[in-house]
Ligand binder design. Sequence first.
Ligand code: TYC
Length: 106
Amino acid sequence: MANPSRDDDVSVVTRTRTDKKVQQPPMFRVLLHNDDYTTREFVVWVLQTVFNRAEVEAVQIMLHVHHNGVGVAGVYPFDVAEAKVRKTSELAEQNEFPLLTTMEPE
Ligand code: TYC
């Protein structure tokens, strides 16, 4: 007779999820906003050092922001996006530029 206090007759079924939605974290766009005072060189440097962009790509993004008012520096999971917004704001403040960075859900 099976003893109810023993767990050796309990079976556990495991499944491997293949649904993409549960494997991907929500992603956030980090946006750079244009202003009249931050230098182009500083924005390019931030894009290279904080957002790991190659120089050509950094210049393209900076020019896009300069001409359109806003542009995407990168797309990351929440914690990474938040850290990059904070780092960019810190660097802008240290260098006395008003550069604005924000994030939004993708
Ligand atoms: N508009 C700035 C200038 O002419 C350059 C600039 C580009 C500033 C992008 C901010 O996010 C920015 N010096």
